[in-house]
Design a protein around this ligand. Sequence first.
Ligand SMILES: [Mn+2]
Length: 157
Amino acid sequence: MRFLIIADSHGSTRRFDKAIVAFEPDGIIHLGDIERDVEYLMDVYPHIPLYAVVGNNDPWCRREAEKVIEADGVKIFMTHGHLYGVWDKGLRIAERAEELGCSVALFGHSHVPVDEVYGNVHVFNPGSISRPRVGEYSVGIMEIENGEAKFAHCDWL
Ligand SMILES: [Mn+2]
């Protein structure tokens, strides 16, 4: 199963279509900021399962701030990141994922790509698809096969 991981689109959906055509994901994960872009994905791609959490710029959104999903036996923790004060590589997010029995932790908010392993937890931040703080616009790809998750950043959108 292939997931497209998007974070911090902040109102710009213009690279979404290109990413979806390029990767033909089985699922889309949006890690918050902003909800209007999540609604765009639901409207335009109703056939692709979508998983999303609320961001700090989504004050009216009733979506949950933390979510655990499971794909092919892999438990995945998702959160935007502001509740953990992340401007780093997400160690606190890894700790929370571990607490919840997850082997993958996904977050956004910092607009900086992260791909790190802490103990049993793989921590990944796709970076921002519309407002990168370093480098290029980026998204993440998560491939889950035989109960194992593999990650890549894509920065040519
Ligand atoms: Mn944010």
